[in-house]
Design a protein around this ligand. Structure first.
Ligand code: FES
Length: 121
């Protein structure tokens, strides 16, 4: 089971276990289940309220994490200035997530340890 550590300057770090291989559990749903106060709004990848910064644990920084960015997530991250056109173009070529910024309601937890920083604005 992957460990997901939630870290915020305003709260104590908390590490929780995600269900391995569920392919559905998002970072936001995991946070809510464990009473971790990540702000959220639409829960549909449209408002950007649940912006978090994610890092692989024990891997190099280019390690692929979570599911690829959805088109909606790309649009929101672009509007928020967290993703450049060059990063999007590179993602289309190499199929790697090009940014550490993610929307917690869209990022599905995979079988890998993860550090999630919030709030990240
Ligand atoms: S809650 Fe709106 S984008 Fe995640």
């Amino acid at each position: 089971m992957p460990n997901v550590t939630f870290s915020s300057p305003m709260h104590k770090d908390k590490t929780v276990y995600a269900v391995a291989g569920s392919h559905k559990q998002t970072v936001l749903s995991l946070a809510k289940e464990n009473h971790i106060p990540i702000d959220f709004g639409c829960q549909n990848g449209e408002c950007g309220t649940c912006l978090v910064k994610t890092h692989p644990v024990g891997k190099d920084k280019h390690h692929k994490m979570g599911n690829p960015l959805t088109d909606g997530e790309v649009n929101v991250l672009r509007e928020m200035g967290k993703l450049t056109k060059e990063q999007v173009d590179r993602m289309r070529v190499d199929d790697l997530c090009p940014t550490e910024w993610r929307l917690a309601c869209q990022m599905v937890v995979r079988d890998e340890d993860l550090l999630v920083e919030y709030p990240s604005k």
